[in-house]
Design a protein around this ligand. Structure first.
Ligand SMILES: C[S@@+](CC[C@H](N)C(=O)[O-])C[C@H]1O[C@@H](n2cnc3c(N)ncnc32)[C@H](O)[C@@H]1O
Length: 355
């Protein structure tokens, strides 16, 4: 059982008093082990399964033998392909770009190229790849944030604005309700939701979507081009920080976490939604098959771009497993670190508080 288990019935499990040095040491020890792939996750329960029993739904599926065999062989090939680069990543100034090993200084540009290419079809592809589920996952993330009127919030790697729109909609609903109940129109109007992204093309699509949603003139929504690893925001200036499907793409995850900690006020909440690791036999095989065989083909069909979607699925496998990522969040200084797996770990929501 891992350190940072999510238990719906019992509530959050704290990381305990945080010793940043000790935690960093532990993280370094962890790095010496190949982390990617099967067996490195934790025994977390499903959100939709409060009974605490493992979901047995997939035991009953009549999956054709050929597909299962193909999925298994794909899975075993993936493990082989990932173990060598994992060791190679220990070399200095090297990092992963999907399954490729690249120079650290090149990664940001390569990721930038991916998102420049996918920007125009980004939202459509999200719907297709996740069968619309990404909308529910984002709703869940924002519900954990508990947005409030007057807050300053930073959504990093905010892309085309999905998270920021949800936060603003929640705050607008709260304001409307408060106005009805209290007949009080003196509610603070200082709300600022910053959408920060390194890629101007993603932000351009986001601004157009904001106009289409009636947020065009909304002073509370601020679009900022910037790097998650070196934020232009003042220390202790934000009530909340979110990053959705973004941290997987950065070169130095630790720097992003340190920056998140820096910009948050005491009491501020860090929330991260990310594609994560499935550790359930058979489901994992099917998920691998879907990821590596279906998604790149879908990308090619919809946007004529197979490579970007190949990077996408490879980058998921390269991202630290849930438990390891939770320890990295604690290393950055956050308290009450916990995570919640959704759809058996296809995605996970990690959270922490700056106290
Ligand atoms: C998969 S998209 C996620 C967009 C949005 N958060 C969502 O959930 O739909 C990843 C985003 O991360 C951005 N990104 C990648 N590296 C970044 C960095 N170092 N700093 C800020 N944004 C970055 C990309 O430009 C892209 O818009």
């Amino acid at each position: 059982m891992g350190l940072y288990q999510h238990q719906t019935a019992v509530g959050p499990v704290s990381s305990g008093p945080c010793n940043r040095g000790e935690n960093r040491e532990r993280a370094r020890e962890d790095e010496d082990r190949p982390e990617f792939g099967v067996g490195s996750g934790t025994a977390v329960e499903f959100e939709s399964n409060p009974s605490g029993k493992r979901d047995r739904g997939f035991d009953c599926l009549d999956v054709p033998m050929a597909v299962r065999a193909a999925a298994r062989s794909l899975s075993s090939n993936l493990r082989k392909r990932m173990s060598a680069p994992a060791a190679a990543l220990l070399h200095s100034h090297a990092t992963s770009f999907g399954f490729k090993e690249v120079r650290e200084e090149d990664k940001s540009q390569m990721v930038g190229d991916v998102f420049t290419k996918v920007a125009s079809n980004y939202d459509l592809m999200n719907d297709l790849m996740s069968a619309g589920l990404h909308r529910l996952w984002k709703d869940r993330l924002v519900s954990k944030l508990h947005p409030f009127p007057g807050m300053s919030h930073l959504d990093v790697a905010g892309g085309t604005g999905d998270i920021a729109f949800r936060i603003l909609e929640d705050i607008n609903n709260l304001r409307r309700r408060a106005l009805q109940d209290a007949n009080d129109d003196n509610l603070p109007d200082e709300t600022r939701i910053y959408v920060c992204d390194i890629n101007p093309n993603m932000l351009t699509v986001g601004k157009k979507r904001a106009i289409a949603r009636g947020f065009g003139d909304n002073k509370s929504l601020v679009w900022v081009e910037g790097d998650a690893e070196a934020l232009k925001f003042e220390s202790a200036s934000m009530d909340g920080y979110t990053i959705a499907f973004g941290i997987r793409n950065v070169t130095h995850i630790e720097k992003v976490l340190d920056e998140a900690y820096r910009v948050l006020k005491r009491g501020g909440r860090f929330l991260c939604l990310e594609l994560s690791h499935v550790d359930i036999p058979i489901f994992k095989d099917i998920y691998d098959f879907y990821s590596f065989s279906v998604i790149p083909s879908m990308g090619e069909f919809v946007s004529g771009d197979r490579e970007s979607y190949q990077y996408l699925v490879e980058s998921i496998r390269r991202f630290p497993p849930q438990e390891k990522f939770a320890s990295m969040i604690a290393d950055a200084g956050f308290q009450m670190v916990e995570y919640e797996n959704l759809v058996g770990g296809v995605v996970a929501i990690h959270s922490g508080l700056k106290l």
